[in-house]
Design a protein around this ligand. Structure first.
Ligand SMILES: Nc1ncnc2c1ncn2[C@@H]1O[C@H](COP(=O)(O)OP(=O)(O)OP(=O)(O)O)[C@@H](O)[C@H]1O
Ligand SMILES: O=P(O)(O)OC[C@@]1(O)O[C@H](CO)[C@@H](O)[C@@H]1O
Length: 303
């Protein structure tokens, strides 16, 4: 079974304003409320692909109920801890450009955090746990460490999509997959990366530090996949970008879902890229039909 863990879910409130005036009254041209948070996005893509999964994390208040209802409507299996505080609302402002204003996240009580850790004690060998997104400040910065510890104890594999020190510290525990984008990879090592060769070299450092597989996304400029023995490059499909929110999560969902369903790493890479692009070219996250349509527009070469 695949489990996605979203410690800090959100309602993504997508607001379109054509001619934004800071300091003035603006009227929306369009708005949309979506269940969000990185792990939840991964679950929604896994669900599109028909990969059985359970979305776990913390949900509370009217915002939490909205998210839960939306996931139920899509028949996504959930097992969230109900918290006393309200789940956050993240604003995604489209004004020609995309400006994001993400909430810090709710207060999580100690007993609520313990409930989540207890849920994971039934993990078993063969399970894959996807840890994605920010950690609400009240949980403490070591919470991913605690979750990884449970994964190791139960012999479940884990995928981690985070940045900075939390990602570096996770590597020693041998994540099945990490997926920095090219900017995050450069920041991680405090360097400027100019060439593909440099990207590969820094990607390999993540493998050397413990990651089993490394995906490096470069938005519209392709993606790299690094394994112990090979380095692959994928082209991305061409299209009009409508929304980049969730493209990275879709890539992880497409990769892990296809890996579990087909057991083939290159098909997983192809599906990951197709899923990321299908989301980038959609208002909401990608649909199965669109992902399938884009799969054969992805060309993979061995470097
Ligand atoms: N302009 C684009 N054209 C085609 N595909 C895109 C574009 N932007 C993103 N994608 C697709 O989405 C994948 C992930 O994109 P990106 O590198 O922006 O990840 P990210 O920074 O983690 O995303 P996010 O915006 O969700 O944080 C890419 O590998 C690609 O498949
Ligand atoms: O604040 P975090 O947890 O880092 O990111 C949260 C978020 O921006 O990530 C998703 C897109 O990847 C959105 O659904 C959500 O609003």
């Amino acid at each position: 079974m695949i489990y996605t863990i979203t410690l800090n879910p959100s309602i993504d409130y997508i607001v379109e304003v054509h001619d934004l005036k800071l300091g003035g009254l603006n009227r929306m041209n369009r708005d949309l409320k979506l269940p969000g948070g990185k792990g939840i996005n991964v679950s929604r893509i896994l669900n599109q692909l028909g990969a059985a999964n359970t979305a776990i994390g913390f949900l509370g208040g009217f915002t939490g109920r909205f998210i839960n209802d939306k996931l139920q409507e899509d028949a996504i299996q959930t097992d969230f801890v109900t918290i006393a505080d309200d789940t956050r609302i993240n604003i995604k402002l489209k004004h020609g450009d995309e400006t994001e204003i993400n909430g810090l996240g709710p207060a999580i009580r100690t007993e609520e955090a313990e409930q989540l850790l207890n849920k994971l004690s039934s993990l078993q060998k063969g399970d894959i746990v996807i840890l994605s997104g920010s950690v609400p400040p009240s949980l403490g910065s070591d919470f991913y460490d605690r979750l990884i510890h449970v994964c190791k104890q139960t012999q479940a594999e884990f995928v981690i999509d985070t940045t900075g020190p939390a990602l570096m510290e996770a590597l020693v525990h041998q994540p099945l997959l990490v997926k920095p984008n090219h900017h995050e990879l450069a920041e991680l090592f405090g360097v400027t990366i100019e060439t593909r060769e440099e990207l590969v070299a820094y990607g390999r450092k993540l493998l050397e530090a413990g990651a089993k597989h490394v995906l490096i996304s470069m938005a519209g400029e392709g993606a790299l996949f690094i394994t112990e023995t090979n380095v692959y490059h994928a082209t991305v499909p061409k299209g009009t970008v409508k929304n980049s929110v969730g493209a990275g999560d879709s890539m992880i969902g497409g990769f892990v879902g296809t890996y579990v369903l087909q057991g083939d790493l290159l098909e997983a890479f192809r599906a990951g890229v197709a899923s990321g692009s299908a989301t980038a070219f959609s208002d909401d996250l990608a649909t199965r039909e669109f992902i399938d349509e884009l799969r054969n527009q992805v060309t993979i070469t061995t470097l």
